[in-house]
Design a binder for this molecule. Sequence first.
Ligand code: TIU
Length: 240
Amino acid sequence: MSVEMGLPVALPVAARPFEFRLEPHRAALVVIDMQRDFVEPGGFGAALGNDVSQLAAAVDPTRALLDTWRALAWPVVHTRESHAPDLSDCPPAKRNRGNPRLRIGDVGPMGRLLVRGEPGCEIVPSLAPQPGELLIDKPGKGAFHVTPLQAELERLGVRQLVFAGVTTEVCVQTTMREANDRGYECLLVEEATASYFPAFKAATIEMIVAQGGIVGWVAPLSALLAALQPALAARPPSAA
Ligand code: TIU
């Protein structure tokens, strides 16, 4: 139930494969792994051989979502793919995979790759978490695997997740699938996510919405922001 006067119980978002009914206060924004290690040169993403410039386009749309969620005072979750300095939470099968230039825990220009406390592990400055927002460090691709995320969402009364972040087909899709199986309704915002491989982003979006929304919904940023206008207008004068 919303607390704002006159605000409907659900706000209709023009999404695919059909309308998403967003519930005020019960929909968290989840920003996946917008870390320097993925977005900037010299990090983990680059060490895997990727063109990291492909991810830049997702930053400003994600910031627009953060600005809106913060204005509404609705729940915000940030995740980081990260490991303890002793790598005790990094399975050898993950660290030893393939033939990267540098491996998780090796020292690069932004410090040790994907290690908590190192500069490269931080979220990019324009999207940095603010006090009161959840920050979930996760050793896997999915944000529910061995993390307190589900317990925190239950504590907050959240039942819908609006997704932004990188990369679309790896950590975003894995987390959406985990969330879908746990009973959350999931909406991916198209411009606020990116992949090193544009074709994989496009394919992921089609996979999500296929078969009547087998994983969830996808909407353009403009559709979501338009749907949220009544909620912004219904804020008490002190919050506007
Ligand atoms: N490599 C790649 O596309 N992604 C990752 O390794 N992690 C995330 O997606 N965060």
